[in-house]
Design a protein around this ligand. Structure first.
Ligand SMILES: Cc1ncc(COP(=O)(O)O)c(C=O)c1O
Length: 438
């Protein structure tokens, strides 16, 4: 394992990274941005090492992907064995055990003890699209309900489902139709209980779409890109039971929240919500591209043979990685670790809030925590401060991310392989960044 120590030997980014950035700018499309252009050569535990020899603390996990850590031992072991055995056959042509093994795990781990089946894909957006396809076939209805601040991906349908225009949608339309947006529970900003917020959303959908026209309701149980907003308790259960009452497929987009991130296998577990379909990706495979839709067997089976799939969906190497990642989660009790990491982060952030009134909210669950920055006492988003703190953290060798509709949310998603010392050191840097940017 790479040495678990933050060490800066050059400025960030260093000269080697800057030279590579020029090469990137010459050959990689400008539309593919990079937040922190240090070129990585090695990563593991809680550290990313770059070409200049700098070691940075990772509080982003490549956007909630390397929950088990980079190159986690069980992932490496299973992927290496699979690479040596075979790399691809296409499951739709000649199948293999790894795909089915992942579906068995998903049936076991996702919420609910009913009979479940899965289909595997390559990316989160693809999983969301396929959940909608399944819901439409199963219900014979067209309409899709999504929420304010939602992020579901960058394909045409998932752009329509995503709320934020810049940078995700600007100029890319026209978008897929029959997508309707309802108000989300946002406790900092709406002051509503979960039940009140659900009643508001339901009324909105009832009046503007009609429950009987909805194929599915797709929701992130904790918003990801939209700002780590945790809906008020009772919001998700009320929506789920409304869906059940009206034959609407309740789809949980657990792409960012799933696989131990929130201190449960899935964020829906917190309130015992059992979705009809669950979309997963990101943390499922320790860094390899894999995604899934898992759901009630009868619902999944409503699609005709050949209606779901894709050349690479459930690629054997990605499946091996998923089986390795799940082994890591079980062996190292990463649910418990996520809760412990979350408790440490919350404690550090509470201290920070006491000193910096720009921190209007601390929220999240487990190892998915965030702070929302607003001009004190106004609720006015302070994106400039978030950007300044973020840049200061980067200069000091801590990889942090922002998010939120207004770009004023600072989010923390450390790999669960990070040690307590590094985690505290990272939050020392964050605290210092608040002081220097005040
Ligand atoms: C909640 C959620 N849904 C869907 C996606 C899209 O996943 P992908 O980028 O793998 O297509 C993301 C990615 O950030 C996400 O956070």
């Amino acid at each position: 394992m790479i040495e678990q120590k933050r060490e800066l030997v050059t400025e960030i980014p260093g000269p080697q990274s800057r030279a590579r950035l020029a090469r990137k700018q010459a050959y990689v499309a400008d539309g593919v941005g990079t937040l922190l252009p240090v070129f990585v050569t090695e990563a593991g535990g809680g550290i990313l090492r770059d070409v200049d020899g700098n070691s940075l603390i990772d509080l982003g996990s490549g956007i909630a992907v390397t929950t088990v850590g980079n190159s986690a031992p069980a992932v490496v072991r299973k992927v290496q064995a699979q690479l040596a055995a075979f790399t691809h056959t296409c499951f739709m042509i000649t199948p293999y055990d790894g795909y089915v093994d992942v579906c068995v795990e998903l049936a076991e781990l996702t919420p609910g003890d009913h009979a479940k089946k899965s289909a595997l894909f390559n990316s989160g957006a693809e999983a969301v699209e396929n959940a909608v396809k399944i819901a439409r076939v199963a219900t014979g209805r067209d309409a899709v309900a999504v929420f304010d601040h939602a992020y579901h991906g960058r394909t045409n349908l998932t752009m329509a489902m995503t709320a934020k225009n810049m940078p995700y949608k600007q100029g890319f339309g026209p978008f897929a139709g029959e997508v309707y947006r309802a108000p989300m529970s946002y406790p900092l900003r709406d002051g509503l209980t979960g039940e009140q917020a659900a009643a508001r959303a339901i009324d909105h959908l009832d009046k503007q779409v009609g429950a009987g026209n909805l194929a599915c309701l797709v929701i992130e149980p904790i918003l990801g890109e939209g700002g780590f907003v945790v809906p008020a308790p009772g919001f998700l259960p009320a929506l789920a039971s409304w869906c059940t009452d009206h034959g609407i497929v309740f789809v949980a987009d657990e792409i960012q929240t799933g696989f131990c991130r929130t201190g449960d296998w899935f964020a829906c577990d917190d309130e015992g919500v059992v979705p009809d379909l669950v979309a997963t990706a990101k943390g499922i495979a320790g860094g390899l591209p894999l995604a899934a839709v898992t759901g009630r067997a009868a619902l999944m089976d409503s699609v005709h043979a050949g209606g779901l799939g894709g050349t690479y969906g459930g690629n054997p190497v990605a499946c091996a990685a998923a089986l390795g990642a799940i082994e890591e989660m079980r062996t190292h009790d990463l649910i418990g670790r996520a809760r412990a990491v979350g408790a440490t982060m919350r404690e550090r952030l509470e201290k920070l809030r006491a000193e910096h009134p720009v921190i209007a909210d601390i929220r999240g669950r487990g190892a998915m925590m965030a702070i929302e920055l607003c001009a004190p006492g106004t609720g006015e988003p302070d994106a400039a401060r978030a950007a300044a703190v973020n840049a200061a953290c980067h200069r000091a060798g801590v990889v942090t991310l922002t998010c939120g509709t207004w770009g004023n949310v600072f989010r923390f998603l450390p790999p669960l392989s990070i040690g307590d010392d590094l985690l505290h050191e990272a939050f020392d840097v964050v605290a210092e960044a608040f002081v220097t940017t005040a």
